[in-house]
Design a protein around this ligand. Structure first.
Ligand SMILES: NC(=O)c1ccc[n+]([C@@H]2O[C@H](COP(=O)([O-])OP(=O)(O)OC[C@H]3O[C@@H](n4cnc5c(N)ncnc54)[C@H](OP(=O)(O)O)[C@@H]3O)[C@@H](O)[C@H]2O)c1
Length: 270
């Protein structure tokens, strides 16, 4: 009997690669198999001890098959690994593709003559450093012990939240797209520091650590408005900055960003 890998990754780009990194920390690199058409993308995981296989063998020899391809590539990627999936009755498909529902994944599998449980996830790239936020929903035929095992595999990626599938798209726009919005804020903050005379390096370091600290405060103490109020001394400097942000529509801009990403997700489903 050939080695069975706990987690297999077909498509190791930004997101698949981030989760492969996290899975190696949880289950050990020797329990992780990887495939990407671009060998350079799997080289670092091989160096860390993961096994590179062809896509079909990843599907054939893993318990959890993480599909990390773009949404429009999902049907072709599943067709490519059909023989491996057929040979592996215990495999559970884990899809991270934005806007691709469990029903549509099941339909694609059934069209290939395959019936397997599906876990749909919406992760984010901070999973690579153990600070990810992943939401998930499982098809009704997913055994509960498989969901427990899946959660164990994902443990080192960061926080994990089960959600009704109907909320996954909205969650993805906040947590999946959110890092890009946060990086833009971080960059703008650093730009402001440079405009005030800091070096780029100094400003970037201050900005990143400030965001880390603020996020930790939010997770520890709760409501952002209370925390903001605590930083704003009466007649002080911070409230002047808050006023400038309000005048320039920061909140409306961020809400619009989430709404635009959500609309795009809904359009991708049509
Ligand atoms: N990036 C995020 O923050 C994020 C967050 C949540 C969810 N997601 C989801 O994660 C998925 C991947 O996104 P990504 O940003 O990681 O994209 P990406 O960096 O382009 O990674 C996709 C990878 O899949 C490879 N690939 C293409 N065709 C394949 C096939 N038939 N079989 C196996 N691998 C194949 C691509 O190789 P080539 O480049 O050579 O084509 C690429 O390396 C998407 O479905 C996306 O919706 C992404």
């Amino acid at each position: 009997m050939k080695q069975l890998f706990t987690a297999g990754f077909v498509g190791c780009g930004h997101m698949g690669g981030a989760l492969a990194t996290a899975a190696m920390r949880t289950v050990g690199a020797d329990a992780v198999a990887v495939y990407d058409p671009n060998e350079q993308k799997t080289a670092s995981y091989e160096q860390m001890g993961a096994t590179r296989l062809c896509a079909e063998d990843v599907a054939r020899r893993c318990r959890f098959l993480f599909l990390g391809v773009k949404p429009q590539v999902v049907p072709q990627a599943l067709a490519d690994i059909r023989a491996g999936l057929l040979d592996n009755p215990d495999v559970i498909l884990v899809s991270m593709a934005a806007a691709v529902s469990i029903a549509s994944l099941k339909d694609t599998l059934l069209g290939l003559g395959i019936d397997r449980p599906v876990i749909r996830i919406m992760p984010n790239t901070p999973s690579a450093v153990g600070q990810g936020m992943t939401v998930y929903a499982a098809s009704a035929d997913t055994p509960s012990d498989a969901i427990d095992d899946f959660c164990r595999v994902m443990r080192a990626s960061g926080d994990l939240l089960a959600l009704d599938e109907a909320k996954i798209d909205a969650a993805g726009t906040v947590a999946g797209c959110g890092p890009a919005f946060a990086y833009m804020f971080a960059e703008a903050l650093a730009d402001g520091g440079v405009a005030c005379g800091l070096s780029r390096e100094e400003a970037a370091r201050l900005s990143a650590q400030m965001l880390l600290g603020a996020a930790t405060m939010l997770k520890t103490y709760g409501h952002p408005a209370d925390l903001k109020d605590a930083v704003c001394s009466p007649g002080g400097t911070t409230i002047e900055g808050v006023h400038a942000l309000e005048k320039n529509g920061l909140r409306a801009a961020v809400m619009s960003a989430v709404a635009a990403a959500y609309d795009k997700t809904l359009r991708m489903k049509k």
